[in-house]
Design a protein around this ligand. Structure first.
Ligand SMILES: [Zn+2]
Length: 196
C-alpha cells in the first residue's frame, strides 16, 4: 500500500478518535474519499481551525476562543456559586436546565489513577484558589455519578472543606453510573435543587 501513503496516513489519523479501530478508520476513510470529498475538505478545515483557535478559559478551563469565556464574563451570573463539572458537555447540560445561574469550573476530566489522571491534570490547585477567593460562597460538585466521578467529588470535597469552603453535592436522583451529559434536564434540575 506504499503508493497510497496519504490513505494510510488518513487511516492512522482517524484511529486517534475514541472508539475507532482499524476497520472503522478504513470505512470512514473510504467513505470520505469515495462519496464525500466536499465533506472531507470541510472536516479537515474545521479540525485545523478548531485545533488552532480553541483554548481553555483562564478562569473556568472550559473551551473558548478568547482568554476568558463568555459565561465567566457575563455580569448577570451569580459569582457566589461555583459549579464543578467534568466536561464542557456536562456544563452545557447544566446550562440547558436553566436552573443554575452561577459560574463554573470545568475539570476537563476526572481523577483516574489507573489512567494516570491526577489532581494536577484536572486543575485542583486552581479550583482551590478560585474557591478560596472570598467571593465564592458555595461550591456545588456536579461530577458524574460514576465510581470515578464520585471519587473525584469526594477528594475535592475534602480539600475544599479543609479550606473552610461550603461544599454541596448534586442530590441522588441522578442515576448511579451516569454521565451528567446524558441525564434528562428535569432530573438534573431536581438534583441541583436538592443538593446537600
Ligand atoms: Zn470561563
Amino acid at each position: 500500500m506504499s503508493d497510497i501513503g496519504s490513505l494510510d496516513a488518513l487511516v492512522q489519523a482517524l484511529r486517534r478518535l475514541p472508539g475507532v479501530g482499524v476497520k472503522s478508520a478504513q470505512r470512514i476513510a473510504f467513505h470520505l474519499l469515495q462519496h464525500d470529498r466536499a465533506g472531507a475538505r470541510e472536516l479537515s478545515q474545521a479540525l485545523a481551525m478548531a485545533a488552532q483557535q480553541v483554548q481553555h478559559c483562564q478562569r473556568c478551563h472550559t473551551f473558548t476562543e478568547s482568554a476568558v469565556c463568555a459565561t465567566c464574563l457575563d455580569e448577570r451570573r451569580d459569582v457566589s456559586r461555583l459549579c464543578v463539572v467534568e466536561t464542557p458537555a456536562d456544563q452545557a447540560a447544566m446550562e440547558r436546565t436553566g436552573a443554575f445561574s452561577g459560574l463554573y469550573f470545568v475539570l476537563m476530566g476526572r481523577l483516574s489513577p489507573l489512567d494516570g489522571v491526577g489532581p494536577r491534570d484536572i486543575g485542583v490547585q486552581q479550583l482551590l484558589e478560585r474557591a478560596g477567593d472570598g467571593v465564592v460562597q458555595e461550591v456545588i460538585l456536579a461530577t458524574s455519578f460514576t465510581a470515578e466521578g464520585e471519587a473525584t467529588a469526594h477528594a475535592l470535597a475534602e480539600a475544599l472543606k479543609r479550606r473552610g469552603v461550603q461544599v454541596t453535592r448534586l442530590a441522588r436522583g441522578v442515576p448511579v453510573g451516569s454521565e451528567l451529559e446524558y441525564v434528562d434536564l428535569g432530573t438534573i434540575a431536581h438534583a441541583l435543587a436538592d443538593r446537600r
